[in-house]
Design a protein around this ligand. Structure first.
Ligand code: XLS
Ligand code: NI
Ligand code: NI
Length: 479
């Protein structure tokens, strides 16, 4: 029983908040029903977050939960403003479509602006709430799926029309400063995508997915989005027995090639990003991790056209640390964006919590600094309030906490660099290669006959300590 319940829970939770968000909202009104009076979403009067001021930096000694203690946007660190290192973004689907529903329970969040419908009017009202939130939080970016921001219609044309209407409002509300960090198409919620989009065995679904991505790229471009993401939640398999994996991978590559061609055709210069995840909702997802995705891109000649969007919770699901995934992406020249979140060590699925672990944040920022920053990428809070956090204020506190944690990570990197002992430890560890012979090997001239001669001449090598505990101690000292 326990096993079975666990498995069902896992399967359902894999669908992420997007699923709960959209399914759990009672669809009492058809999406396009504006005239029947079914929706009561008239213009919202006044503020959505009354009583919440614009969040300011007050420094580490502040006890005000609605203030930044470590994130000081304009402060310069390592030659760049904090806001330019961090480029924070609010994820629309978690913040505005997350309901707190889970497979065992109904939604817990009753945001005052929600009227219980999935109408276009409600979508517009929600968009206004989004921009008030972004402005009060003091970030310049947001991320969205097409279907989070506007309801699905009866036909593709109607869905596109709904999207256009909401996007026009978003464009107006963005003003001159706010832009999408990235946009994407939701190719996992609708039953038509149950076998995948680009990897569906059904050609009609492949075409539908292509049409949806075409439109999502267009609106991301129209809104000035800096990146466009492909997260293939259902691009994978449940069983290899009924799956032609080679054919599906070829289809995925053809799909991405077509996306590249279309992006170029319409003059969209944003970066295309693949977001790896090992599984959830499929048993096996083709973009398993950074290394698998890099290999896929290389095999199909797409390596110069894409970068990676590394999500920390996905990293741990694939059995790696976030730091490992970020370093793998960086070393391949593929570090494009970070979906900043964290999992729960006991729960085991994509819980998408806000990152509040300072040590983890320091490692994340270490890679970002080594990479010289990640612009035009940034940090998207692909993170949600937990089911039991139900105050509107919690939305702010969660983001502030996530922003402060990463800001603290950046400040710790400065301390690590200034101290220099960890770098020195690493340098010394490899110093035997800082020799004529080492240079010879690294230049690709270390042939086996030559190395055999050296091994005989040198005799048994002396192997020094790795000094792992010392490395950990040096790292801990900056936290
Ligand atoms: C799901 C993913 C998803 C992507 C965007 O696990 O993180 O939210 O970021 O489709
Ligand atoms: Ni993500
Ligand atoms: Ni995720």
């Amino acid at each position: 029983m326990k096993m079975k319940a666990g498995r069902i829970l896992l399967l359902l939770l894999c669908l992420n908040v997007v699923t709960f968000g959209v399914i759990a909202v009672p669809q009492t009104c058809p999406a396009s029903d504006l005239e029947s009076g079914c929706s009561d979403s008239e213009e919202w009067k006044g503020e959505f977050f009354p009583g919440i001021p614009k969040i300011k930096y007050e420094g580490p000694s502040s006890k005000n939960p609605l203030s930044f203690k470590w994130y000081n946007a304009e402060e310069e660190i390592l030659g760049k403003k904090m806001k330019d290192w961090l480029r924070f973004s609010v994820a629309f689907w978690h913040t505005f479509r997350g309901t707190g529903g889970d497979p065992f329970g109904a939604p817990t969040k009753n945001w005052p602006w929600e009227d219980g419908t999935n109408s276009v009017a409600m979508a517009k009202r929600r968009m206004r709430a989004n921009f008030e939130f972004i402005n009060k939080l003091g970030v310049d970016r947001w991320c969205f799926h097409d279907r989070d921001i506007a309801p699905d219609g009866e036909t593709l044309e109607e869905s596109n029309k709904n999207l256009d209407e909401v996007v026009a409002l978003a464009k107006e509300l963005q003003g001159s400063k706010i832009r999408p960090l990235w946009g994407t198409a939701q190719l996992f919620l609708h039953p038509r995508y149950m076998h995948g989009g680009a990897t569906s065995p059904e050609v009609g679904v492949y075409a539908y997915a292509a049409a949806q991505v075409k439109k999502a790229i267009e609106v991301t471009h129209y809104l000035g989005g800096e990146n466009y993401v492909f997260w293939g939640g259902r691009e994978g398999y449940q069983s290899l027995l009924n799956t032609d994996m080679g054919r599906e991978l070829d289809h995925l590559a053809r799909f991405l090639e077509a996306a590249v061609a279309y992006k170029k055709k319409i003059g969209y210069n944003g970066t295309l990003l693949i977001e790896p995840k090992p599984q959830e909702p499929t048993k096996h997802q083709y973009d398993w991790d950074a290394a698998t995705s890099a290999n896929f891109l290389r095999k199909y000649g797409l390596i110069g056209e894409f970068k990676l969007n590394i999500e920390c919770n996905h990293a741990t699901l694939s059995g790696h640390s976030c730091h490992h995934e970020l370093e793998t992406a960086r070393l391949n020249g593929l570090l494009g964006n970070i979906d900043a979140n964290t999992g729960d060590p006991q729960t085991g699925w994509d819980t998408d919590q806000f990152l509040t672990d300072i040590a983890e944040a320091t490692l994340v920022m270490l890679t970002v600094v080594k990479n010289g920053g990640i612009a035009p990428g940034g940090f998207n809070f692909d993170a949600k309030l937990r089911r039991e956090s139900t105050d509107v204020e919690d939305l702010f506190i969660a983001h502030i906490s996530g922003m402060d944690t990463l800001a603290r990570g950046l400040r710790n990197v400065v301390k690590l660099i200034e101290d220099g002992s960890l770098d020195e430890l690493v340098r010394k560890r490899y110093e035997s290669f800082d020799t004529e012979i080492g240079a010879h090997i690294e230049a690709g001239k270390g042939d086996f006959e030559y190395l055999e001669k050296k091994a005989i001449e040198w005799g048994e090598p002396k192997v020094p300590s790795a000094k792992q505990e010392l490395a950990e101690m040096l790292f801990q000292s900056v936290l």
